[in-house]
Design a binder for this molecule. Structure first.
Ligand SMILES: Cc1ncc(COP(=O)(O)O)c(C=O)c1O
Length: 467
């Protein structure tokens, strides 16, 4: 029997998918095509007539593949990017195939229930309060936006202000506190919420950990509604704010505590890392990603709020044509900013089942051990300094032994050389005004051999720069 056209289209996409994934280990991590050539590969006159859909899938694959990074392979250590494992990707493919709108139970009962159960599993695995609500969003940026919206609702309600009805104009001032080394997306989320760039920057130590005593002193300088944002996993150093001390200060001063744990929150799975993560459970809200350590494909993030009613109040919408959930049903769209939305619960459910608590714990533990191995390999070389305490999966490195300016120049040159060599990919950044190479060990699956190849590539780049 001849395949249906649907089967032919899906079959061709499946073939391209397998070819790409099977070859990704051998691919250079950074695409080497020029922007002009890449644009030309996609470019052409605006389509006027229909084309054979199978040929269109072939054309898409041919145009895109030369411009894809190897971020799902073992040679990619840039930014903080999970590799997306096949099971989550397969569940995500089915999510597209099923085409469900996960706004309401009525739109897709299966999507709603998958999300409800996956939310409960997430809270259990992350050891967060079981009564919390979870909004499945696009990533940690939107997760922080949602959590901080719930925070805004709750802290203003405590002083008798209904921000949902009356907005922010004329509202009591909300005091905002973030660490000096907070992630840029926290500042963006506060901006989206109408708070501008007014947050007080709390001093941090050399690793980017917030000074809890300084926070406490700042909180005691005034009264009224307050929101504090701490972090679990600083973007460069991987450092954790002292959550217990920060939570105590927040409790004493009635402040809402939000934790940005885009990747670091997953360290709560690993018992040996308890010293870093203890106290995080005392916060009021947490944002984290599915597309980082959980190895899900984009886009996947979780907004977790202890006070589910504040969360719902900040996000929910209603209209006569949107039937509300009946007894026993669940409307996931009540906890996120979108109405129509992807059924993100399916891949989360599948990935959690496929990995289990044990598999995920082992993955985080292995990545952190591999990060320490890399740090040792690099630090053994003359002129190479690992400048952070490698407590998690992030490593920052400087090159040279001379003045700050000389080391900055050598570090930038080494990053550029590494990227030109294109054996493994890692990027540059500034940390406290110093140029660094930053490495993130987070893509699954990575082995000691992958880390040793990266170490060799970095050291080869450094030797070439010196030569
Ligand atoms: C600490 C931290 N917060 C927030 C984010 C933003 O996450 P996303 O890009 O998934 O929105 C990141 C991304 O790397 C991060 O590392």
């Amino acid at each position: 029997m001849k395949d249906s056209i649907t089967a032919q289209i899906f079959g061709r996409a499946y073939q391209h998918a397998c070819e790409f994934r099977d070859a990704v280990s051998d691919r250079v991590p950074r695409p080497i095509i020029s922007p002009e050539a890449l644009c030309a590969a996609f470019d052409g006159p605006t389509p006027e007539v229909s084309e054979d859909p199978v040929a269109v899938i072939d054309a898409l694959n041919a145009a895109a593949v030369p411009g894809l990074t190897g971020s799902v392979g073992p040679r990619f250590f840039g930014w903080v990017i999970g590799a997306s494992q096949p099971v989550g990707v397969a569940a995500d493919m089915l999510t597209s195939v099923w085409g469900q709108n996960a706004a309401l139970y009525a739109c897709s009962p299966a999507a709603a229930m998958a999300e409800k159960v996956a939310a409960r599993w997430l809270l259990d695995i992350l050891r967060l309060p079981g009564e919390s609500s979870v909004g499945f969003v696009t990533g940690a940026t939107m997760a922080s936006f949602v959590c901080l919206a719930a925070a805004r609702t709750a802290v203003l309600a405590r002083v008798g202000w209904d921000v949902e009805t009356d907005g922010l104009v004329g509202a009591p001032a909300v005091r905002l506190f973030v660490g000096q080394d907070t992630h840029v997306t926290i500042l963006a989320a506060l901006r989206y919420l109408g708070f501008g760039n007014r947050a007080t920057r709390v001093p941090c130590d050399s690793q980017g950990r917030m000074d809890a005593a300084a926070l406490s002193a700042l909180l005691s300088e005034g009264g009224g509604p307050a929101i504090v944002v701490a972090q679990a996993g600083q973007i460069n150093t991987g450092a954790f704010d002292p959550a217990g001390a920060i939570a105590n200060a927040c409790r004493r001063h009635g402040a809402w505590l939000h934790v940005d744990g885009a990747f670091g929150l997953w360290a709560r799975l690993v018992p040996e890392m308890n010293e870093l993560t203890v106290g995080l459970e005392q916060a009021d809200s947490w944002s984290t990603d599915g597309h980082k350590w959980l190895q899900l494909p984009y886009d996947s993030g979780f907004a977790i709020v202890r006070d589910a009613s504040a969360h719902r109040r900040a996000m929910a919408m209603s209209a006569s044509y949107l039937p509300p959930a009946n007894e026993g049903e669940y409307d996931p769209g009540q906890f996120v900013p979108e109405l129509s939305r992807r059924a993100r619960g399916f891949p989360v459910w599948a990935q959690l089942r496929a990995m289990g608590r044990q598999g995920l714990t082992n993955l985080v533990r292995t990545h952190c051990a591999l990060a320490r191995r890399l740090a040792q390999r690099l630090a053994a070389e003359k002129g190479v300094q690992v400048i952070n305490e490698v407590v998690l999966n992030q490593i920052i490195v400087r090159f040279g032994t001379g003045s700050v300016d000389e080391c900055d120049a050598l570090t930038r040159a080494t990053v550029a050389q590494l990227q030109t060599d294109n054996i493994c990919l890692a990027g540059g950044a500034d940390w406290r005004g110093l140029s660094v190479l930053r490495v993130s060990v987070i893509a699954a699956p990575l082995t000691e051999a992958d880390i040793d190849r990266l170490a060799a590539a970095v050291l080869a780049a450094w030797r070439r720069v010196q030569a």
